[in-house]
Design a protein around this ligand. Structure first.
Ligand SMILES: Nc1nc2c(ncn2[C@@H]2O[C@H](COP(=O)(O)OP(=O)(O)OP(=O)(O)O)[C@@H](O)[C@H]2O)c(=O)[nH]1
Length: 365
């Protein structure tokens, strides 16, 4: 599954959120193990109240894990774990934990906070933790505070925690900036891999992907679709008479006109050279013929100009519906046969011809 992910999908917010959830689950399991182990050690060394309180903390963490497994709600999982961590740290700094080592667990907070929340939210929560520590250090007589710390410890605690927090902030900011650049780069790269540079339409590779997707949809749910294979008539003459730049301009203008004619759900691609393909989801052969005819007429009446000279541009197109084919290959082959027939029939026309079309195309344009 993972191999199928594109780079920008792999860097997407959803994917990152999944990673965060996995990390939170891992952190929860580790927290449970630590609480159980350190609680057991405290219990055996006679500090039974401290041991029992540590074990008690494992209950909400365990329930949070169960809740996440049942609901899949990542926000609750994150908020729950951060709340329990804040409560546990408050307890540890207020009581000193074992041998006044409780505040040491504060050092786990900065990297976790910046990774799990935003830089802003992480800084705000950290400042709140600083305030809590300051209150414990400055007012040891407040109810619930049983630990006393000497001044050297307090100064070193704040100095090292500040150093670590700044370091984590800078690291996370750098990581986020690199990630954003990578996402932008990946999106541009993926767009380029799917798009024809000259016309901005989908390229052949993208069209083949979309055809396969549409064919699967047809096989699964019976959604019909049609394709239109288009070739500009006598395009070589445009290049020969007006130059390659003029030819390029015609291709670009053709793409613009096509965009104005098709629906948003349709896909237009440059199939190669001066050949184009339209993929029309949920469209019958007759509807596709009508659209192709509309495009033919629009192109025939559009003024293609270059350096003040107007160039005559018309198209021929072959149309085929998936209901007349058993595979993508056959669909393409039939559209090609129809295109050939349109060219043979005199160009500036759509094939197969149905009665309504014959009436429209009877008068030469
Ligand atoms: N300017 C420009 N010309 C291109 C491009 N790709 C293909 N062509 C030209 O398109 C022309 C296609 O010519 P042909 O295959 O002979 O077809 P045609 O002149 O359109 O004649 P019919 O298709 O038979 O109506 C060639 O001259 C190619 O060089 C492109 O990206 N830019």
């Amino acid at each position: 599954m993972h191999d199928d992910l594109t780079l920008s999908q792999a860097l997407s917010t959803e994917h990152e959120e999944q990673q965060v959830s996995r990390l939170l689950t891992g952190a929860s399991v580790m927290a449970l193990l630590f609480l159980f182990g350190i609680g057991a050690k405290a219990w055996h060394s006679g500090n039974t109240t401290h041991g029992a309180i540590l074990w008690l903390f494992s209950v909400p963490i365990f329930l949070n894990m169960i809740w996440f497994a049942r609901t899949g709600n990542r926000d609750t999982q994150k908020a729950g774990l951060l709340t329990f961590a804040a409560m546990l740290l408050s307890y540890l700094i207020a009581t000193g934990g074992e041998s006044s080592t409780g505040p040491l667990w504060f050092y786990a907070l900065p990297p976790l906070l910046f990774f799990l929340t935003s830089l802003k939210a992480g800084t705000a929560i950290l400042l709140f933790c600083y305030l809590a520590a300051l209150i414990v250090f400055q007012f040891p007589d407040l109810p619930g505070i049983t630990a006393t710390y000497n001044n050297d410890f307090k100064i070193r605690f704040f100095a090292t925690l500040t150093f670590e927090s700044i370091f984590c902030f800078v690291l996370e900011a750098t990581r986020q900036s690199a990630r954003n650049k990578l996402v932008t780069f990946a999106q541009a790269h993926e767009h380029a891999a799917r798009t024809d540079e000259l016309t901005g339409l989908a390229n052949r590779r993208e069209m083949l992907n979309r055809l396969n997707t549409e064919f699967s949809r047809y096989q699964r749910a019976g959604h019909h679709f049609s394709i239109v294979l288009i070739d500009l008539d006598f395009f070589k003459q445009v290049n020969d008479n007006h130059g390659h730049d003029a030819g390029d301009k015609v291709l670009q203008r053709f793409a613009e006109v096509t965009h104005g004619v098709i629906r948003q759900t349709d896909v237009a691609a440059r199939w190669g050279g001066e050949e184009f393909m339209l993929l029309l989801p949920d469209t019958t052969l007759l509807q596709a013929l009508a659209l192709a005819e509309r495009l033919r007429s629009e192109i025939a009446s559009t003024a293609f100009t270059h350096n003040g000279t107007t160039m005559p541009v018309t198209l021929s197109a072959g149309v085929c519906s998936i209901s007349n084919a058993t595979s993508i290959n056959e669909l393409l082959k039939q559209a090609d046969v129809q295109l050939y027939s349109a060219k043979e029939g005199g160009r500036n026309r759509i094939s197969p011809r149905v009665r309504s079309q014959e009436k429209v195309q009877a008068s030469p344009t």
